[in-house]
Design a protein around this ligand. Sequence first.
Ligand SMILES: N[C@@H](CCC(=O)N[C@@H](CS)C(=O)NCC(=O)O)C(=O)O
Length: 279
Amino acid sequence: MAKAAAKVVKKVAAKPVAKPVAVRPAAKASPKPVAKVAAKPAPKASVKAVPKVAPKAVAKGKPEAVLTISSKNYGAWALRGWLLAKLSGLEFTEKIVPPDDPDMKAEMLLLSPSMLVPSLMHNGIKVWDTLAIGEYLNEIKPKAGLLPADAKARAHCRAISGEMHSGFSALRAALPMNIKGKFPNFKVWARAQADIDHIVSIWKNCLSTYGGPYLFGTAPCAADAMYAPVVKRFMTYDVKLDKASADYCKRIMALPAMAEWIAAAALEPEEIDELDAEF
Ligand SMILES: N[C@@H](CCC(=O)N[C@@H](CS)C(=O)NCC(=O)O)C(=O)O
């Protein structure tokens, strides 16, 4: 169902973002700032509504799972939830909804009581909020290794995932996810830089403690999914990184699932002039 152009959600001064949204069949699995914002006019992203499409039926006999997400270009939480689902190996269909579409409100409420995405429906069970989705996926797909097997590492993984979930507001606001965007030499202000520095220290600690190449060892896990949108932000905003962190970013960008998401984001027709920084 084609919808009119996406609405401008919220005006955010000097911030390079926008808010979008549609429905597409998910492919199969494989593995904000409170800081001052750039002095220059924020890079704009423009957008148009994406057609909504009914989710593709899942294969017969397979558990039915539907992951509701929003824009792939701007939806950092959606990316996290989607990557978690991919890494878990769950077969799912993705449903893309425009968060601002009043026609979708009632449906959204059924899918996600918080009215936020991602939200997962699996075998009649509804789970929303990214961390809860990650925990649920870990329960139903224990062999996927979303959380490390070792209790100490698992606690560490939960802790840094929790930090990502509740923190880094300066980074999120100043450098919002915008996959199609490219802002060379973007001016990063002090509070966002402090978030970046802390994230880099988290990464380096994990890489040296667990040996890499992913945060908790040889395979990507929940923490990598939680930090993946940050990796993409660092690329988008040309954030200067040390070699270990830059290499880690390359590894995340090379994940087939990341490539798949980015390719889909590039095809999003939406164009929004301004974006809610918390999107
Ligand atoms: N705490 C939530 C945050 C989810 C969130 O903010 N999602 C964004 C899209 S990525 C959203 O639904 N925004 C809708 C809106 O701003 O209207 C989570 O972890 O899932």
